[in-house]
Design a protein around this ligand. Structure first.
Ligand code: CP
Length: 336
């Protein structure tokens, strides 16, 4: 495998299977040997910039811990502290900011979600603009389209509980009703990386909650390549039959930006009416004793019941922990 040094990570689909598996294997080794001197100096004296347009619990904390555990430092940045040019204000261009930041740090993470964009795709375009001008690796820390660190953490959790070969296991990616009106990033990343690893994917959501057609086309291609099944259902129960993994998550409709800005209140009102779409114990009984997963934060009582989220088959905290290990592996491979 060619070195990953200097590579950006905007979506796992842009890395080869070999590169993803190498990252997962390194993350698993880093988990097993967390403070081994082999790893604790990998980013000695280096700084990773974390540029957050939106809040976070897991991403900020796990990247800060990752940098510390590799011997480096992670610095928190937000747009209000940077005097950047926007559609409404004069300021510094992305080209200038990216070129300057690359003179200081070993890598740049960016998060831009829901309400910080005016149309689906703008966050993705911004991250790629930083990657274009920056000479250091740019990593998505979740944006409107993808969440690669989450996708890797998800499959690291599945590998631990189901074995390293996920081929033939069935993932149910199911919409959950709720009051958080989420981006498509975690869900799209999950169906891309799981289909890439040979899993059968069932996508279940109410009519009107379609994901990005380009992503769905890619998932179909991934499934065809690995002789895996891909299906979409609009029934809130059917997809649970025979599932090995249930991943519930709310996501917005494709009309969320029709007014030119994110219609959070309208999205929440529509979603809260669809009360049948909750992952509960009765639905989980239809599965193949499935694991329950979710990237968190969870909207308990809407997306999933407490009984399932905190039940014996839930791997939510393992997956949250995995964010630390996969990000350490990504940083070591691309920035050291
Ligand atoms: N899963 C995830 O990215 O969590 P945060 O939004 O808390 O970072």
């Amino acid at each position: 495998m060619k070195s990953l040094k200097g590579r950006d990570l905007v979506c796992t689909q842009e890395w080869s299977r070999e590169e993803l598996l190498a990252t997962l294997e390194l993350a698993e080794e880093m988990q097993a040997k967390r403070y081994d001197p082999k790893f604790t100096g990998v980013l000695a004296n280096r700084t990773f910039f974390m540029f957050f347009y939106n809040p976070s619990v897991r991403t900020r904390q796990s990247f800060e811990c990752a940098a510390t555990e590799l011997g480096g430092h992670a610095q928190f940045l937000e747009p209000k502290s940077m005097r950047l040019k926007t559609a409404k204000t004069a300021g510094e261009t992305v080209e200038d900011a990216a070129k300057v930041m690359a003179r200081y740090a070993c890598g740049l993470g960016i998060r831009i979600l829901e309400d910080k964009i005016g149309a689906y795709g703008e966050g993705d375009a911004l991250i790629r603009e930083y990657a274009r001008w920056s000479e250091i690796p740019v990593v998505s820390m979740a944006h409107d389209k993808f969440h690669p660190c989450q996708g890797l953490a998800d499959v690291m959790g599945l590998r631990r509980h189901l074995g390293a070969n996920l081929k033939g296991k069935k993932l149910l990616q199911v919409w959950g009703h709720g009051a958080l009106a989420r981006s498509w990033c975690s869900v799209q990343e999950s169906i891309l990386i799981c289909s890439r690893l040979g899993m059968d994917v069932t996508l279940a959501h109410p009519e009107g909650y379609d994901l990005d057609p380009a992503v769905l086309d890619q998932v179909k291609k991934n499934c065809a390549e690995h002789k895996a099944r891909f299906e979409i259902t609009h029934d809130p129960r059917e997809g649970y039959e025979g599932a090995d993994v249930v991943y519930s998550r709310n996501w917005m409709t494709p009309h969320a930006y029709d007014s030119g800005e994110f219609d959070k209140a309208g999205e929440i009102e529509k979603a809260l009416a669809l009360t049948e779409w909750i992952c509960d114990a009765a639905k989980m009984k239809r599965t193949n004793d499935a694991l329950f997963t979710h990237p968190m934060p969870i909207d308990r009582g809407h997306e999933v019941t407490d009984e399932v989220a905190s039940g014996p088959r839930s791997i939510i905290y393992d997956v949250a922990e995995n964010r630390l290990h996969v990000q350490k592996a990504i940083m070591a491979l691309t920035m050291a």
